[in-house]
Write a protein that binds this ligand. Structure first.
Ligand SMILES: Nc1ncnc2c1ncn2[C@@H]1O[C@H](COP(=O)(O)OP(=O)(O)OP(=O)(O)O)[C@@H](O)[C@H]1O
Length: 282
């Protein structure tokens, strides 16, 4: 599969502070890629470099076939969508009028507004003035703005951090639909559950370094001890290593009806992040 993003030895230094330390990674066309890291690890800086807002101090970046020097061109900008802290709306206009303006700006047909309002579940709020919306609703309008021109690639910096669980699930469904239609999604998040359900692959960023990159399932398998945790009706809690010999013991426990609960040791992404980096993802 072709790559949407190729990053080789990317570094970003701000004065004495190295925000990104020679990182390399690729994002395949059509995938949802999650960049996970604690506060200050360099996620926003990475997005700023990949969208042409900042230049790297060193290294090579290629996004949708555009190299570092071409990321400021309008041809490139028309192919990407961005949702970040800097994204803003016209507070005195309605949801619909905001999106109408952005449609005109991007040269997108107005009929896209209905589609996108459905995707972010704001169909019934189109006539509301933006200043009167809740934080979560505003975030969904911002998401709609980032997606209105059907970009090939979208960058979402903590897109669901202000959302309640129901809105978050709606946004995830919208993003999944968008992804199924071929859009590549680059997302940063602190939320490990979000990364597990949403992302095809994730990379762990810590102190400006990428320390793991793979699918959530592959990482969970890699860091699993593959042991079975068993609780018996007698109240015993057993940790049984997954070996052929222990299989017999497990079989006997099951066949004699002693097993109350059993699960395999499958660490969460948050636990893996802690193991790899020594840091909580908050
Ligand atoms: N314009 C700037 N000038 C100086 N230092 C900066 C600048 N932008 C970012 N940094 C520094 O670079 C490092 C990475 O910051 P960045 O905002 O990329 O982290 P982040 O992972 O997005 O954090 P958060 O999750 O809190 O948004 C931090 O140490 C930050 O202080």
């Amino acid at each position: 599969m072709e790559n949407a993003i190729e990053v080789q030895g990317m570094q970003k230094v701000f004065g004495q502070n190295t925000a990104i330390n020679h990182v390399s990674f690729n994002v395949k066309k059509g995938e949802i890629f999650g960049l996970l890291g604690p506060s200050g690890s360099g996620k926003t800086t990475t997005i700023k470099i990949l969208t042409g807002e900042l230049g790297p101090t060193a290294g090579k970046v290629n996004v949708l076939g555009y190299n570092t020097n071409q990321l400021k061109t309008s041809a490139f900008k028309s192919k990407i969508g961005i949702l970040s802290d800097n994204s803003s709306l016209y507070e005195r206009l309605t949801v619909y009028d905001n999106l109408k303006l952005f449609c005109k700006l991007y040269g997108a047909p107005l009929k896209e507004i209905d589609r996108i309002l459905r995707d972010v579940n704001l169909e019934n709020d189109r006539k509301k003035t933006v200043s009167k919306l809740s934080k979560g609703m505003k975030q969904r309008v911002l998401l709609a703005k980032a997606l209105i021109h059907k970009p090939d690639l979208v960058f979402l910096d903590e897109p669901t951090s202000a959302l309640d669980p129901a809105s978050m699930a709606q946004v995830h469904r919208g993003l999944q639909r968008l992804n199924e239609s071929g859009t590549t999604i680059f997302v940063t998040t602190h939320d490990m559950e979000e990364a597990t359900v949403l992302c095809d692959r994730v990379a762990f960023l810590n102190y400006g370094d990428i320390q793991e990159a793979d699918s959530p399932a592959a990482l969970r398998y890699k860091y699993s001890t593959h042991a079975f945790h068993v609780e018996t009706f007698a109240g015993d809690r057993l940790v049984i290593e997954n070996t052929p010999k222990n299989g017999e013991q497990l079989k006997e426990l099951i066949e004699t009806g002693q097993v109350k609960m059993m699960h395999t040791d499958n660490p969460t992404l948050g636990q893996i992040f802690l193991k790899v980096t020594g840091k909580e993802l908050v």
